[in-house]
Design a protein around this ligand. Structure first.
Ligand SMILES: Cc1cc2nc3c(=O)[nH]c(=O)nc-3n(C[C@H](O)[C@H](O)[C@H](O)COP(=O)(O)O)c2cc1C
Ligand code: SF4
Length: 220
């Protein structure tokens, strides 16, 4: 990417946030995780640039901070901006926990409203039956950045685990696949259910046309 390409991407993030706000969304989230563009800039494994946008962590993180500044300058101080970011790129080298914590510190001092800790959705973690597989990373990041509002995503399935996560100081949990299987899961939790039925088999993600629980579909 040329410098001009990068400036255009930064502007495009700002315009996207403007559209989201205009049509009534309550917040926007910058996607800086999962190996997409900003995540590629953050990682020294993928970012081999020798200009102002690569090299030191400060330079690799510059695009993310500029995207945040651009969005904030357009949506104003009262509109929530979140970011989803890898707590590390494990199992890949590159962006590690210490670096993630530093970048999150930089975003926090600028006024980010919340940070969702994710990681590389490699098949290993994504299929893991272990609950909250990015929990340890999130805990360390919270320790380094106690003022930052943190959200943990990844494999959380039971009320017990959610309560444990919240009790340890992480502010929110987010869940995805369990809602594909059981869209009314929160109401079910309120009625006494203790565990979502999703088995993290990932078949819903692999189906090319529709996002549905393929396990339920197979059973019907
Ligand atoms: C069908 C499907 C589509 C997804 N699309 C996105 C996406 O566009 N952006 C994103 O950040 N995560 C996406 N994810 C990942 C989820 O947001 C979440 O990080 C991941 O599923 C782990 O959480 P879970 O164990 O609660 O499902 C997707 C997951 C699934 C199953
Ligand atoms: S196919 Fe169903 S059980 Fe498997 S991960 Fe998706 S929602 Fe969960």
């Amino acid at each position: 990417m040329t410098d001009q390409d990068i400036q255009e991407v930064i502007k495009a993030f700002g315009l996207a946030a403007t559209r989201a706000k205009e049509v009534g969304y309550d917040a926007v989230q910058i996607h800086a995780a999962h190996g997409y563009l900003i995540s590629q800039f953050l990682s020294s494994r993928t970012n081999k640039r020798e200009d102002d946008w690569g090299g030191s962590l400060e330079k690799r993180a510059k695009i993310l901070l500029k995207v945040y500044d651009e969005i904030r300058s357009i949506v104003g101080d009262d509109y929530p901006i979140l970011v989803k970011i890898n707590g590390s790129d494990d199992p890949h080298e590159g962006f590690n926990l210490e670096e993630a914590s530093q970048v999150i510190g930089g975003l926090s001092s600028r006024g980010i409203n919340a940070v969702e800790i994710s990681g590389m959705n490699s098949s290993k973690t994504f299929r893991a039956r272990e609950e909250g597989y990015f929990y340890e990373n999130a805990l360390q990041i919270k320790k380094d950045n106690p003022e930052t509002t943190l959200i943990l995503v990844g494999g959380v399935r039971t009320l017990d685990k959610m309560n444990q996560i919240i009790a340890s100081g992480i502010d929110f949990v987010s869940i995805c696949r369990p809602f594909i299987r059981e869209p009314g899961l929160v109401i079910q939790f309120e009625k006494g259910k203790e565990k979502g039925d999703c088995i993290s088999c990932n078949k819903c993600r692999e189906s090319p046309q529709i996002v549905k629980c393929m396990v339920l579909l197979d059973e019907s």
